[in-house]
Design a protein around this ligand. Structure first.
Ligand code: ATP
Length: 587
């Protein structure tokens, strides 16, 4: 097929803003395209060579493209650059210079789509020494044989500036009309796309085999499934009403969503945007490889950095280290990720996406060999607003964003690629910062694991209630301690150790070790939040809830100058909480 047919449709599409017109142009164009190359043509209309998840980019920097244009047009690079400064579009500049040249040269045989595709593919793949020159030569060769107009679009394509604005859904519509017998086929074609994320593959199937071939489209390992997304509501009552009075509420972990594809020992991880991020999470790959009992599986999980010694979840930012190639190993050893799995989409040849969630959840539970680092997302089946609210507070305090509440209905399929009401997120719509430090009393401790074996993993801290002369727990704190602190803590606390909870300490948590309320330490946190667990200011703000500090961290100051009764008081914490709310309302 002549590449000029492609540029012709690009021009027509650029000339319209109406989606329906755009669709018509594409339909006509797809019908003229030989079926063997329909996939490639579809990628090209999107300015690509492959579906995104394959991660193959054209990789031509503007500088390199300028060299190629100079070479093909017989001009100096500086001339090209000057003109580019005027037009702001290297495609246009290329067209202009090649027009001038072509008037002087002989007619050449037209460029084919196949040749353009193959050459661009080569350009994308060459690497290593001498690759820049090779890319320039390949591109210049193509431009030399191209018509000026073709050259414009080739340049825009390789530099990533072909912005035709054709949405995936427009391509699907056009395919349905061109090959599927009409718009009615769109739903079936769309499903094929949603389970494969590959427009070219879908186009080929429908062009070659008609709608029947698309009906038989199957999930395949290595092709990411477009993620199901949640709607949002802001009250437990609305959520329960929407989900028929009962739902499964799950912690909404604040990490990175991954879709893991496992085939034997081979594991691929895709991000929420369907990029291949396998290399960023060698630790997650290991977990999937070793602890999924099925031979083949596609599951979804949230990847969270957890401090293994204390079990505390780290804020989302911790995962950012994984973006830089050289930090991955270090990050993976310092804060390996834990996985919280929340869906199973495919297991040993069985497509689960059309099964209701309770079925998928049960299968998920069966195939995962759970351990400290690989668990199901914490969940609770709820049918009343109190439980839902309480579970929400628990999730936030544990470092999560809130809850995702999911339908238990028979129709609760996995809606690939859609944001729907089968999943409803319940998040707080504010984030606030705790600016002041607080001085808290050490009333208990929990044994450490891993590097912290033999010392404490976390301390149980309390504020002072001066009206009742009691100590009310407000957080478990395991962060901010240096190795030296950790080594010294058991010794420092030994004099206060007792065999049971002190009668002046109010706690719902069972610590491993209890202390006389004596030692005071300075702590800062992310914010003060409602808590179903801690006893600080219990029932004062909301019935059944206390207050807690989220992401607490020891500042390094032991307040030996303070007695336990001088510690931050419960009423001060309540004030801090209220100020925080006021600040949010004012914003
Ligand atoms: P957000 O910024 O709120 O994460 P989003 O558009 O990325 O929004 P939503 O569909 O609105 O995604 O919210 C669901 C997201 O929450 C998922 O993409 C996933 O990353 C995350 N998540 C954490 N825990 C769960 C869980 N138990 N079930 C489903 N999703 C979860």
């Amino acid at each position: 097929m002549d590449y000029s047919l492609v540029t012709e449709v690009y021009e027509r599409i650029e000339g319209t803003t109406k989606r329906l017109e755009m669709t018509d142009y594409l339909v006509e164009f797809f019908r003229r395209t030989p079926k063997e190359i329909i996939d490639k043509v579809v990628y090209l209309t999107q300015g690509k060579l492959y579906p995104d998840f394959m991660g193959i980019e054209m990789g031509v920097a503007e500088k390199l493209a300028i060299k190629a244009v100079a070479k093909a047009s017989g001009r100096r690079e500086s001339e090209i650059e000057e003109d580019l400064a005027r037009t702001g579009d290297l495609g246009e500049t290329a067209q202009k210079f090649l027009e001038k040249k072509k008037q002087l040269s002989f007619f050449k045989k037209p460029l084919t789509v196949e040749r353009v595709y193959q050459t661009l593919d080569k350009i994308a793949r060459v690497s290593g020494e001498g690759s820049i020159d090779l890319k320039v030569n390949l591109l210049a060769g193509l431009l030399a044989d191209a018509s000026p107009k073709d050259a414009k679009y080739i340049i825009r394509t390789v530099t990533g500036k072909l912005r035709l604005g054709i949405a995936d859904m427009t391509v699907l519509d056009a395919l349905a009309i061109a090959y599927g017998g009409g718009k009615g086929a769109r739903e079936i074609i769309e499903r094929a796309y949603n389970i494969s994320s590959d427009l070219g593959k879908v186009a080929k199937a429908v062009a070659e085999g008609g709608i029947e071939a698309v009906k038989n489209f199957r999930i395949s390992l290595g092709n990411p499934i477009r993620p199901m997304l949640a709607e949002r509501l802001s009250s437990p009552a609305e959520i329960l009403e929407k989900l028929g009075g009962k739902c499964i509420a799950e912690y909404k972990y604040d990490g990175e969503r991954i879709q893991a594809h496992k085939s034997g020992d081979n594991v691929i991880l895709f991000s929420r945007r369907l990029e291949n991020i396998t290399s960023q999470y060698p630790d997650a790959v290991e977990l999937i490889r070793n602890h999924i009992k099925a031979r083949e599986a596609i599951i979804e999980a949230e990847c969270v950095a957890v401090n293994l010694d204390t079990g505390e979840m780290m804020p989302f930012q911790e995962l950012m280290h994984r973006r830089r190639k050289y930090d991955i190993e270090k990050a993976a050893s310092e804060y390996p990720v834990s996985l919280f799995a929340f869906d199973a989409l495919y297991v040993d040849g069985r497509d689960l996406t059309l099964e209701p969630y309770p079925v998928r959840h049960e299968i998920l539970e069966k195939i995962i060999e759970q351990n400290d680092r690989f668990q199901l997302a914490k969940y609770m089946i709820v049918d009343n607003t109190e439980d839902l609210e309480r579970f929400f507070e628990e999730a936030v305090e544990a470092g999560c964003e809130g809850l995702v509440c999911k339908s238990l209905g028979g129709d609760a399929i996995y809606q690939a690629g859609a944001r729907g009401w089968l999943w409803i997120k319940y998040k707080r719509d504010y984030k606030s910062e705790m600016t002041d430090t607080v001085d808290l009393v050490v009333v208990g401790a929990f044994h450490g694991r891993g590097k912290r074996a033999g010392t404490y993993g976390a301390l149980l801290l309390a504020a002072y209630n001066h009206e009742n002369d009691t100590f009310e727990t407000i957080c478990k704190c395991g962060s901010g301690f240096t190795d030296e602190d950790l080594q010294n803590l058991p010794k420092m606390l030994e004099p206060y150790r007792i065999g049971h909870r002190h009668p002046r300490v109010n706690s719902n948590l069972e610590a491993n070790v209890w202390f006389l309320p004596k030692m005071v330490i300075e702590v800062i946190g992310a914010e003060i939040t409602l808590s179903p667990i801690h006893t600080c200011a219990r029932d004062l703000i909301r019935k059944g809830s206390g207050l807690a500090i989220r992401f607490p961290r020891f500042t390094g100051r032991y307040r030996t100058d303070k007695s336990a009764e001088d510690a931050t008081r419960v009423d001060e914490i309540v004030e801090m909480y209220k100020r925080q709310l006021k600040k949010i309302e004012a914003e």
